[in-house]
Design a protein around this ligand. Structure first.
Ligand SMILES: Cc1cc2nc3c(=O)[nH]c(=O)nc-3n(C[C@H](O)[C@H](O)[C@H](O)COP(=O)(O)OP(=O)(O)OC[C@H]3O[C@@H](n4cnc5c(N)ncnc54)[C@H](O)[C@@H]3O)c2cc1C
Length: 180
């Protein structure tokens, strides 16, 4: 049977940014894997990236008492895009659970045992058992690229177009379906 395609909408989502300098060790794990319960970590845990996902993952791990948690963030402020009304209680929770927050700190290199950071101009070596990566997301557009010959019939929606949030993705999905 021949299938005629009039419209294709691609919603293949986003993928975690894992900078090359982090390497490909088994104990360097995207935050999503932790939050979905696919992987577990314990001991000295470094969360690379203190945006909303990094902070939420640190809270999750702290609540489970998984070990000594440190969040490393290059910006001056953690969870910069989060409203203060949400961030203040999040920060309180982390401090109450003795999570260490290192802002103004850039990850430079990772060895088998340590993360080397530049903390406000001072090089520090942070030993770890696991690194949780929360350094943002990029669009997963492999399928869209493969199908690009379809031209106007093809539209990319949700995080596959641009990583934003669930509300934006759902709204784009609705629009795409409604106007197809
Ligand atoms: C850790 C984390 C926490 C987040 N927390 C929040 C939050 O609190 N609030 C909020 O609003 N947003 C949050 N977001 C963002 C939100 O999850 C996304 O914006 C939203 O899920 C995007 O929806 P989507 O449908 O575009 O992509 P996704 O939900 O990623 O769905 C894409 C789907 O496509 C599938 N897929 C990929 N390739 C193929 C293929 N070739 N064939 C078939 N299927 C394929 C994938 O397996 C996946 O199931 C979070 C994101 C992450 C990573």
């Amino acid at each position: 049977m021949e299938m005629i395609l009039h419209r294709i909408r691609i919603g293949t989502g986003g993928l975690a940014n894992i900078p090359k300098f982090l390497g490909t060790r088994d104990n360097i794990i995207p935050a999503r894997e932790i939050l979905l319960g696919h992987r577990q970590v314990e001991g000295r845990i470094l969360v690379a990236g203190g945006g909303e996902v990094g902070i939420e993952t640190a809270m999750y791990l702290a609540d489970l008492e998984r070990g000594e948690i440190t969040v490393v963030e290059m910006a001056h402020k953690m969870a910069e895009k989060t409203d203060q009304t949400r961030y203040i209680p999040m920060r309180r929770f982390l401090l109450d659970h003795e999570v260490k927050l290192m802002n103004d700190t850039i990850v430079m290199e990772v060895t088998d045992t340590e993360m080397v950071v530049d903390a406000e101009g001072v090089t520090k070596r942070l030993p770890y058992d696991a690194i949780v990566v929360a350094m943002g997301y990029h669009s997963n557009n492999a399928l869209a690229d493969e199908l690009s010959v379809l031209g106007d019939k093809l539209a990319v929606i949700g995080d596959a177009r641009q990583c934003q949030n669930a509300m934006e993705a759902a709204s784009e999905g609705f629009e795409a379906g409604y106007n197809a």
